[in-house]
Design a binder for this molecule. Structure first.
Ligand code: DX5
Ligand code: ZN
Length: 223
């Protein structure tokens, strides 16, 4: 894999929502590949965040693909609303979904890209039978629900195992990591086989330059 195949996905959970359009536009100019939108319902994870209206607004503010990471119970109920609002790709969790294949097919029928996310305690082996239908696998590198947590280094061997499974079953599938990604942990995740990096705090960091933060991340993974 060449390093310029690494994609950066800024997570707007860490953005300043009073200036969301401007911040996403800056990330786009600085070379972001997609925008990661964390959707939380207060049940699947102990936090609330945003819904389809944010996607609808972002759709007018950027040309980048919009990726909805659904950390919610019953994601099927919301797929159509998110698709209509302008979502390009979905990430749904393996955990708590008794009929994951149905959810995956629902998203594909809506004409959208589909990925499955697994929490830190979930082994990658659970994806063996569904992987051939996926565009992405997302390995969570923190427990989902909050930004600005520490990267779990114990996930590195799992990222490697995920890379092996993807190369064996569906080489075109992306391997995304999410949680605690900065210029240091990004290098480790890429070395383990990740090719899509979600980063919130490291990019939208309290008024510091988004452009400089994007450059730091990009430079780190291109070394
Ligand atoms: C966590 C979310 C992440 C979060 C990452 O539940 O899925 O996308 O925004 O934030 P940082 O990069 O701050 O760990
Ligand atoms: Zn996320």
């Amino acid at each position: 894999m060449t390093t310029n195949a690494i994609k950066l996905a800024p997570s707007i959970l860490a953005a300043d929502f009073a200036h969301l359009g401007d911040q996403v536009a800056e990330a786009e100019r600085a070379g972001a590949d997609r925008v990661h939108v964390d959707v939380m319902d207060g049940h699947f994870v102990p936090n609330l965040s945003m819904g389809a209206p944010i996607i609808r607004s972002l759709r007018k503010a950027t040309r980048l693909p919009l990726e909805a990471h659904l950390m919610i119970l019953n994601p099927d109920v919301f797929v159509d609303a998110f698709a209509q609002a302008g979502t390009d790709s979905f990430l749904v969790h393996w955990e708590g979904n008794n009929d994951l294949s149905r959810t995956v097919q629902h998203i594909k029928t809506a004409g959208k890209r589909v990925g499955v996310a697994i929490n830190p305690a979930t082994p990658v082996a659970v994806l063996e039978e569904v992987l051939q239908d996926l565009d992405q696998v997302l390995v969570m590198t923190v427990n989902p629900g909050f930004g600005n947590q520490h990267f779990l280094h114990t996930m590195l061997p799992k990222i490697k195992r995920t890379r092996e499974m993807i190369d064996r079953i569906k080489p075109a599938c992306g391997l995304e990591v999410d949680g605690g990604i900065d210029a240091t942990t990004a290098v480790l995740a890429v070395a383990a086989g990740a090719n899509v990096l979600v980063a919130g705090t490291a990019i939208f960091n309290d008024g510091k330059s988004i452009t400089a933060a994007m450059r730091r991340l990009r430079t780190a993974v291109q070394r």
